[in-house]
Design a protein around this ligand. Sequence first.
Ligand code: FES
Length: 535
Amino acid sequence: MFKGEDRAPARAFLRAMGLSDDQIYRRMVAVSNTWNEITPCQSSLKRVSESVKKGVVAGGGTPVEFGTITVSDGISMGTEGMKYSLVSREIIADSIEAVVRAHKYDCLVGLGGCDKTIPGTLMAMARLNVPSVFVYAGSMLPGSHGGRDITIQDVYEAVGAYQSGKIFKPELEEIERAACPGAGTCAGLFTANTMASLTEVMGMSLEGDASTSAVSSGREEIGSKAGQTVLGTEILPRDIFTWEAFENAITLDAAMGGSTNAVLHLIAIAHEAAVKLSIDDFDRISRKVPQLVSMKPGGEHVMFDLHKSGGVTAVLKQLNRRNLLHNTVTVSGEHLFERIERYRQNVSYNIVRDLNTPISHHGGIAILKGNLAPEGAVVKTANLKKLYHKGPARVFECEEDAFNAVKNDSIKENDVVIIRNEGPKGGPGMREMLAVTAALVGKGLGEKVALVTDGRFSGATHGLMVGHVSPEAYVGGPIASLCDGDSVMIDVGNRAIVASANLRNLPSKKGQVSGVLSKYRSMVSSASNGAVTTG
Ligand code: FES
């Protein structure tokens, strides 16, 4: 791109930005940055990208930083804005691909934080297949209220508690002010921390990247190392994104009780890397992997607790004792088992259970099938108290209608709340139902009702909540013909989701959309195939 007489115009542009001959002829490292002032999940990344760039220079390259977008789930949740969240994953992947290919950069360091920025960046890396390293923004520290650690999840649930008169406005305000003490991604094992952990076990990021907090100086160290590593590695993303690496990721997700969004995102990344992964792989692996940590939302701990216990490698160490992992290569050239062997347990603080005394003998994700979801639906089983529910359907055509019903106390014990037309095409954009699920918890109904949707859930959702129902209502999935009062049975043990009614394929085409949502609706695949937009 920058060598030879005919490329003089391209060099002239670089000289206009102050680059010297030496800098122009070095290897060019693209630094894609999702930094912005929209959300704390991204706000520390400016600092980290400076370290990445120093690392690139120290490694003998020239860094070229550019920005891409973020949609904040934490801010848009419960509104029409959330329809753009999953769409943003594709925009991030597409924009990084376009910039790196257009300018033929030699390598890529991708910085991400909030949920969609991680899979979006990894999807671009899989497409581009140039030497790449992912760097995470890092988790937020927990807030504190009433002597206990709290996160953004507590604010959502406090809204439900306030609406049902369990707490008063001053306490809601206290929780709002205390929950998010500074920069970083949501502090529990929600989607961002889940995806960062899975990125680390797959080997696309450096050791410790997932659990080092956003405010730690360790982030600069990781950034600088990443900048150097990308210039020294001969390992390409598609050497890393192997079927075995995806199996390792699913295994870790099961052991940690990670977010249901991991199902969607891992399938999408695998699709871009030409690896065949299906939702059934999640169920197969989850059945044999024990759950070893009890993380929020359903459990007690936050990501900072896992970091003090040794991070992701502490969990891997236990899993490897039962040969549950493959010895895959990582971006530094080191193999996964070398990372695990080097690890020494911090015995003074440890939240990771021994393999012989797990929290549960099964992993945290199950795939349900039946006449309501012939292509499958996803449920998080980690820390779930109730595995069976049968009750009458309460059908809502969108998230807002369901939220208002919860708010107005029209949802009763034993109901199965159905929210349809929220799938990838139907929404469009497959919104997360956290406002509804948190309101149910806040009202004290979290363990007394079930929820089923062709939309998806935030990583902060807990309770018997079944999402990603496929096929979705918009394309005529059976969920479209369910009626109020039809009996719905959810039997996690037998992996079944069955309605008593005779369900038909009845497309429930909903509303016109414009702009990027219309483009997305016409291209996106079903949730069971990762909701991808590339063929
Ligand atoms: Fe950004 Fe949770 S909303 S990480």
